[in-house]
Design a protein around this ligand. Structure first.
Ligand code: SAM
Length: 334
């Protein structure tokens, strides 16, 4: 049993570095896939709020290189051309049709087989950009994932509200690209008003489950909604310019008549999503510290390694440069 810990550099953090993942979040997606079989028959994926890119690494390893269990396929990322992303690792490629589009507000260092875009999921110009890179003008994506999170302020009500808005923005974009039957997975904060979000998601998906992977700290209100079988209301017209819940949403009836539909009327108004704790007790508890064995599974002595992918453009870099220019050697304060 591990000792209780608040150390950010927990076992998943160390394992992520060993296995070449850019962030410990990789294990959340891996554990969600183990529970829900999310990657089965998936060839087109959109990864929203993807920086620094550990979920994209999982997708790339699972769908393209088939090496999700630790191979360091991107320890040295290829500098790929976004228009020809699948040719980045031709010798390892087993499914030439796989398309992975990842986007974030922050720039992302390239990854094999992943088209990386710098964009805001709430902005109307993002949808055409995504469709262009999917080389499609219609909705044919199998899976949309979103690990989006705002910079938390510590004011819980505000953080939960902003997180909910980000989730709705991700849902809105998902409705524009998902094929019927597709799946959507997104980070959610289980705050006071979360039941309302479950209701909204249930309007669009046949099954909505709240899942807590073992690698997500038990002490955190974070969980993931796993929404399966996209089946929007009849006539629903997705749009990034008129996002759902920001005004009337239009629907078209069989005779082509346009009318407004109220999406506020969730099934019964109150609906509790089933909750699943992903993984069994044999997996590491993310709130505990463990002594890793001295040797890894190949008999090689474990050594401390640097982060796989330091931030590309962290805000503190600009601040340090500004201070240097002011001539106080980067010291904080006067
Ligand atoms: N899944 C990522 C991984 O495995 O590396 C980690 C994602 S991180 C927890 C949350 C990300 O959400 C941040 O990189 C942040 O820039 C992004 N984000 C927040 N708001 C966004 C927005 N409006 N559009 C795009 N990305 C956004």
């Amino acid at each position: 049993m591990g000792k209780s810990s608040k150390d950010k550099r927990d076992s998943y953090y160390r394992l992520a570095k060993e296995q070449g993942y850019r962030a410990r979040s990789a294990y959340k997606l891996l554990q969600l896939d183990a529970q829900f079989n999310l990657f089965k028959d998936v060839t087109r994926v959109v990864d929203l709020c993807a920086a620094p890119g550990s979920w994209s690494q999982v997708l790339s390893r699972s769908l393209i290189t088939k090496d999700k269990d630790g191979g360091r396929t991107d320890a040295k990322p290829h500098n790929i051309n976004v228009a020809d992303a699948n040719s980045a690792a031709p010798e390892r490629q087993s499914k030439p049709k796989v398309k992975i589009v990842a986007l974030d507000l922050q720039p992302m260092t390239p990854l094999p087989g992943v088209i990386t875009l710098q964009a805001d999921i709430t902005h109307p110009s993002t949808l055409p950009l995504v469709l262009k890179h999917l080389e499609s003008d219609s909705a044919n994506v199998d899976l949309v994932v979103s690990d989006g999170a705002p910079d938390v302020t510590g004011l819980h009500d505000l953080d939960e509200y902003i997180q909910a808005q980000l989730l709705l923005a991700a849902l809105n974009l998902a409705t524009c690209v998902l094929r019927p039957g597709g799946n959507f997975v997104a980070k959610i904060f289980r705050g006071r008003d979360v039941a309302e979000l479950y209701c909204k998601l249930r309007i669009f998906f046949e099954r909505v489950t709240v899942a807590k992977p073992r690698s997500s700290r038990g002490s955190s209100i974070e969980a993931f909604v796993v929404c399966q079988n996209y089946s929007p209301p009849a006539g629903f017209e997705p749009s990034l310019e008129h996002p759902i819940w920001t005004g009337p949403t239009r629907q078209e009836d069989v005779e082509g008549q346009i009318s407004e539909v109220s999406l506020e009327d969730a099934p019964n108004g109150r609906w509790v999503a089933p909750f699943i704790a992903c993984g069994d007790l044999s997996e590491w508890d993310s709130d505990a510290t463990y002594q890793l064995p001295e040797m890894d599974e190949n008999g090689v002595k474990r050594v401390s390694i640097d982060p796989i992918q330091p931030p590309t453009a962290p805000p503190y870099k600009t601040a340090i440069e500004m201070r240097r220019r002011q001539g106080n050697g980067g010291k904080i304060g006067n």
